[in-house]
Design a protein around this ligand. Structure first.
Ligand code: F6P
Length: 550
């Protein structure tokens, strides 16, 4: 297919359903959330849905019943239902890499058949889970010994992107359930600081490294894995036999794992139909299982599965990922909001926004359709965030009174995992207060009525009309975390389906990687290299080479 090949389907913006949404947006997008609530006082209870233990309140989004109906019509026209089925069935929906997209098979129960090229992958998934569980039990029970017979006291996960963000997020999120006698560290950055600081207080004789890399060719991970091997072997007088007791690998690439020197008997596999950013519930979650145990890992998978089932079967009217995905399309394409702040009011979810950044932006940061045609509409928004209440004392000012439109996802739990006086009530009171303030604001009349001097009134007005959703669950458990992650995975899927993009490739990361290789060679040599970059890059390289002390 070349650049001039016409799209096989009518372009998204040419669809009647898209045009209908545009017309609807002209009529109602200027309505204030105060007016939405005045017209429909019960919308706070009505515009909510529940699944897999998660309650989603989307009543503070700038949508009414017509908006939701038109969005569902757009989803039908885009073939969302068929696309969902195609994913679950294992069709090669990652068309640019010609791969199936089957993270849902990672949590399929035994007995379900998911066929890839004539092979049922579910028994393989369960086989790896069983090996992980046996290994986790040995490490947690002190039976797995280091090279000089000591039990493992520290686990260091080395990986980057999907081989790091899921594991570290899940470890932090589920710390409450973790084996406290074990120390967990996560090393990702090629910046040596990451490895040095993560290991400075660890004893190599009691440290187990999990080298996680789908491809096992990633520069950062291999650099850190080699550093880890040097650090580890130094404690054993360079005895290579120690590697087998202190290193395990998680990868799809047995050949590269063996080349690195890790015995493939100590390798936990997964498959090319698991994308890196969709892999935290595969063997990439080995550190999670070591931390919380195999049973709790099973609960995590059950949470994912509950949301999968809901996504696959519930009608779009009450389907949480469909609702979140479609409302995201409305916000992005019809209200012109180009960022989403993810605001967990739960300190254990402190790495959740970072995790979501890869999931959402590596998936939907695309500008051509599956057919390779340049899109004429906005695609994936910028995701960012911090836990509440910290963010309130930092960037919320801009969300409340700045000139940019930002949609917010608030996340909270009814029960505290670390109760401390009335602090959990205070925490959740802040969550509810923020979403209320963002939606309804405070008018000039209200500000004046408080006796505010006239000159200050414009400064103290809150326009409101800032849309948000609130996800509320009873308690942050492994099950709840699985459901929450699957909710966002499928939200991303819904949006990718509407935007007609391939949400499962990531070609945009390649150019920088290739240039870095050339540049690394130019920085390494003693001789002044011949530089053929632009004048800015050439000047930066020369200055760096001239001024570094080594
Ligand atoms: O560079 C992006 C990326 O390919 C991500 O998609 C992936 O999660 C990450 O690098 C790490 O890749 P790997 O697991 O193969 O080391």
């Amino acid at each position: 297919m070349n650049d001039r090949t016409p799209p096989a389907r009518p372009g998204l913006t040419a669809r009647p359903q898209w045009r209908a949404l545009q017309a609807h947006a002209e009529r109602c997008a200027q309505l204030h959330l105060r007016e939405f609530f005045a017209a429909d006082p019960a919308r706070g209870e009505r515009l909510a849905a529940e699944a897999a233990g998660l309650y989603l309140d989307y009543s503070k989004q700038r949508v009414d019943d017509d908006t939701l109906r038109l969005l569902r019509e757009l989803a039908d026209a885009a073939g969302l239902r068929e696309r969902i089925e195609a994913m679950f069935r294992g069709e090669r929906i990652n068309t640019t890499e010609h791969r199936a997209v089957l993270h849902t098979a990672l949590r399929a129960p035994a007995g379900v058949v998911v066929d890839v090229d004539g092979v049922d992958v579910v028994p393989e998934v369960h086989g790896v889970l069983a090996r992980m569980a046996a290994f986790a039990e040995r490490v947690r029970g002190g039976e797995w010994k280091g090279h000089d017979g000591r039990p493992v006291r520290a686990v260091v996960n080395i990986g980057i992107g999907g081989s790091d963000l899921g594991p570290v997020m899940a470890y932090e999120a589920l710390r409450h359930y973790s084996r406290r006698e074990l120390t967990f560290r996560f090393v990702s950055n090629v910046d040596g600081v990451d490895f040095v600081e993560a290991t400075r207080d660890l004893d190599p004789r009691e440290t187990l490294f999990i080298v996680c890399s789908k491809t096992f060719t990633t520069l950062e991970t291999l650099a850190n894995a080699h550093a880890a091997r040097r650090w580890s072997l130094a404690a054993f007088g360079g005895d290579e036999a120690a590697v087998a007791r202190h290193f395990v690998a998680v990868s799809t690439n047995a050949q590269e794992v063996a080349k690195f020197g890790i015995d493939t008997a100590n390798m936990f596999g997964f498959w090319d139909w698991v994308g890196g950013r969709y892999s935290m519930d595969s063997a990439i979650g080995l550190s999670t299982m070591l931390a919380i145990g195999a049973d709790a890992f099973g609960d995590l998978l059950a949470g994912f599965r509950a949301m999968d089932e809901h996504f696959r079967h519930a009608p779009f009217e009450r389907n949480l990922p469909a609702l979140m995905g479609l409302i995201g399309v409305w916000n992005t394409n019809f209200l012109g909001l180009d960022s989403v702040a993810v605001l967990p009011y739960e300190q254990y979810l402190k790495r959740f926004p970072a995790y979501l950044q890869q999931l959402t932006m590596e998936s939907n940061g695309k500008s051509v359709t599956r057919d390779g045609v340049r899109v004429d509409y906005a695609t994936g928004p910028v995701y960012w965030g911090e836990p509440g209440t910290n963010g309130q004392h930092s960037f919320y000012q801009l969300i409340h009174q700045g000139t940019r439109g930002i949609a917010c996802d608030f996340i909270g739990f009814c029960d505290a995992l670390a109760p401390l006086g009335d602090q959990h009530d205070l925490l959740i009171a802040n969550l509810f207060a923020q979403s209320e303030a963002l939606a309804f604001g405070k008018t000039a009349d209200e500000v004046r009525a408080e006796g505010t001097p006239a000159a200050l009134v414009p400064h103290r007005v809150f326009e409101g009309n800032r849309p948000s959703s609130t996800i509320l669950a009873d308690r942050l458990t492994p099950h709840a975390l699985g459901a929450l992650v699957a909710l966002y995975e499928h939200t991303v899927f819904v949006q990718g389906a509407i935007w007609d993009i391939d949400s499962f490739d990531q070609w945009g990361v390649e150019l920088g990687k290739a240039l870095a290789k050339t540049t690394a060679a130019e920085l390494a040599g003693k001789e002044e290299p011949e530089l053929a970059h632009d004048s800015s890059t050439n000047a930066l390289i020369r200055r760096y080479r001239a001024r570094r002390s080594a």
